[in-house]
Design a protein around this ligand. Structure first.
Ligand code: GNR
Ligand code: NI
Length: 181
């Protein structure tokens, strides 16, 4: 048994201030840190489980995100370094989103139906990806995290406050179950 595997990175939850902070671009000097971080981000994402994870969610303020929609239950990992939306459709689409940083909270979010994203992959190669459906929503959700934006910032204040109150209550109850310290 491998007892030397690094611990799972904890995923930050609201109201952690890192989630509201804009992340900086990955630079060549970050290459070693990013190479070490990517497998740990995938491990945290798959364990959660989630279909995407942005570096700020694990406390790292870099413009880096990993995604895996696991089509047909098979891994399809994507690493996006410095991703940018370079085109977005006028047509909008609404779907229910959740976020590992707002555990147990879901809401319908309206975004451009289709986007084209430019990024660098794990090998440093420049890539472009056009997406619709769940991948489109996930790409936009993850890039939002890099700008300190959460899905609740894209819904009505009424629904946002309902979610924030419910989350705070559930976090308080969780702490009480854990022993309240
Ligand atoms: O696991 C996740 N599911 C999801 C569903 C709809 C739209 C976006 C997402 S991303 C989310 C994981 C997460 O919080 N990524 O930042
Ligand atoms: Ni999220």
């Amino acid at each position: 048994m491998d007892t030397n595997a690094p611990a799972l990175m904890p995923i930050l939850t609201v109201p952690d201030p890192v989630l509201k902070t804009r992340a900086r671009r990955v630079e060549p000097a970050d290459a070693d840190a990013v190479r070490a971080l990517i497998p740990r981000m995938f491990a945290a994402m798959y364990a959660a489980p989630g279909i995407g994870l942005a570096a700020p969610q694990v406390g790292v303020r870099l413009r880096l995100t990993v995604i895996d929609l696991m089509p047909d239950d098979k891994p399809a990992p994507l690493v996006l370094v410095n991703p940018e939306v370079i085109a977005a459709s006028d047509e909008l689409a609404t779907r229910e989103e959740g976020c590992l940083s707002l555990p147990g909270q879901y809401a319908d979010v309206t975004r451009p139906a289709r986007v084209t994203v430019r990024y660098h992959d794990a090998a440093g190669a420049r890539q472009e990806l056009s997406a619709e459906g769940l991948l489109s929503a996930c790409l936009q959700h993850e890039i939002d995290h890099l700008d300190g934006v959460l899905f609740i910032d894209r819904i009505s204040a009424l629904k946002r406050n309902m979610i924030l109150r419910r989350l705070a209550k559930e976090q308080r109850q969780q702490r009480e179950r854990d022993g309240g310290r």
